[in-house]
Design a protein around this ligand. Sequence first.
Ligand code: NAD
Ligand code: TYD
Length: 357
Amino acid sequence: MSFSPTSVLVTGGAGFIGSNYLLHVVQSYPETTFVNLDALTYAGNLANLKAIENAPNYTFVHGSVTDAQLLSRLFDTHGFDAVVHFAAESHVDRSILDPTAFVSTNVHGTLVLLQAALAAWKNADRPCRFHHISTDEVFGSLGLDGHFTAQTPYAPRSPYAASKAAADHLVRAFGTTYGLPWVMTNTSNNYGPFQFPEKLIPLVIRNAVVGDPIPVYGRGENVRDWLFVEDHVRALDLVLRRAEDHSTWLIGGDQEISNLELVEMLLDAVDQATGKPIGTRRSLIQFVTDRPGHDFRYALDSSPVQEELGWSPNHDLASGLSRTVAWYLENAAWMNAILDGGYRDYYDLQYGSRGMN
Ligand code: NAD
Ligand code: TYD
């Protein structure tokens, strides 16, 4: 299968993964136009896109995927032949504090976007390929052994995971019922430049730099598989252009590690990058009340995307973390612009009751 889109709607392109994706594709495909529709929630940041903001094949539109009229206008004007749907509420802890926005954006927003893509196809008689970006969390929680595959039954356990699972089901239902061509990717934990510091890795780097306590949930035994965002973005590009319609691809980094081991590795990397004796910052680690319903382990079998589409990650955890730490140290202004009242309020709500200052 070979598909070369001419006009692509990217949703949520001012967030972490969406901005890394746009930085890659806008420069790689100058003949393709990219429209970035983003509501600029707390997680959306146009500073991520400085390098391409004036590119002739890139346009930013401020708006929500829940706005059917806006979507209809955008499809009419731009004649999209592909949608890459990143827009979502993406943080598990926030979904535990209040799931409402997760259902609105992740479930209802995905439905509205699917309806817009389908209507545009019926009007223009040209199918619009819908690439849905999803997560390994829809499959639930693993014990010490085994991997999720594309055939693993869904068993989401957090409000975030449940909202993403509902969205995934809607995408597949639009394929089965109305024939909408879709492809889907379910991915493990990403990290790298431009990640909002509510997620574990940038939060640890930020706290380590200023000497704040590092909150580790429970005893830090939960296991995640980490994927460097630039490797993820290359896989997404391959799937959009090469995968068959109605196919699902699991993309993981094959870099499993417990949270405590990861945090120690990260703190040592910050020590090294700032010229401190390795191990100095480990004393900042503070075990705090566990996340309710905390999934123990995620792990993905990525062999199909490797064997059938020829993708492989370029970064192991050590090289990815060292690039990530270097990026955050060099981009203190980016971080400082985020650490406003809104971030502080969230931090106090999330960690205050766990005994953190
Ligand atoms: P993020 O929270 O950094 O960014 C989300 C973006 O969506 C923001 O720019 C935000 O402004 C925008 N947005 C939110 N609501 C919107 C709406 N109603 N309309 C338009 N835009 C809206 O998220 P991320 O980490 O970049 O994740 C992107 C996608 O990848 C999500 O669908 C997420 O579920 C999925 N995913 C993320 C990870 C990860 O580790 N970060 C792993 C697997 C899958
Ligand atoms: P997170 O980055 O929120 O991603 P996800 O919940 O989607 O996996 O968290 C990664 C892991 O780190 C997860 O097991 C929860 C844990 N964690 C902490 O121990 N402390 C923290 O402050 C945060 C944000 C996460």
